[in-house]
Design a protein around this ligand. Sequence first.
Ligand code: SAM
Length: 252
Amino acid sequence: MTTPRAPHPVLDRYYRRDEERRPFVIGLFDASALYYDRLCGVMSLGSGQWYRRWTLDRLGLRPGMTLLDVATGTGLVARAAARILRDPRAVVGLDPSAGMLREARKTVAGPLVQGQVEDLPFADAHFDVLTIGYALRHAADLEVAFRECRRVLKPGGRMLVLEISRPASAGRRRLIRSYFMYVLPAIMALTTRNRHATMLSRYYWDTIATCVAPEIIKDALARSGFVDVGRRVFGGLLSEYTATRPEGVWGS
Ligand SMILES: C[S@@+](CC[C@H](N)C(=O)[O-])C[C@H]1O[C@@H](n2cnc3c(N)ncnc32)[C@H](O)[C@@H]1O
């Protein structure tokens, strides 16, 4: 059996062909950008920003470093990073959605660039740290994405991928599914009256439910030239993948 290159198959409830995935995803985030922070706040019961900052701290992010936040969205990871670095200019945010970048501009003081993970508009060996927060599921090809991430990291640079993973136990899976498919959409429908914000929650779950296994993500990281590939899981749901661009031959 061949290893899938995309993080999840075509989801024909939303779009029919692989070529339609990217326009669909960007359109969905454009249309729900105004409500994204509210969705995250409800989803994480208000702990999301604290958690993002804690993961960056544990990764070893320190003042003096530079960070690229891929799929920055409204800038939640970028903001957490800027607080640690005490310098908003040290954090560059990248996202393909003009709507998300418009929202990010309201609170992110550093540079924001329109682009996608598969084709990063930066020179080789440019950043100390690279983050992808809850967005890997939207990439078209895991290895293409990871190779680009490795390219723009300095040798020895660290990458952090935050993801929500499908819980292993069937009971937990049913519970989380109900939350994403019914509770969260109901809250979003009531508070935003925006059908895209409501759909985003359901789409979120469908991509989590159909996402490739964590081992495939770790394999893709290793095949893309990363070392020290690791994964930590919190509450059976929150995954943190970490990886390092090696020094030396691979890193050059
Ligand atoms: C769920 S939001 C994550 C935002 C933020 N990182 C966070 O921690 O909340 C996913 C983001 O991924 C972006 N995205 C989708 N496809 C992408 C791609 N191919 N490359 C980079 N970003 C992408 C979307 O536009 C959206 O802003």
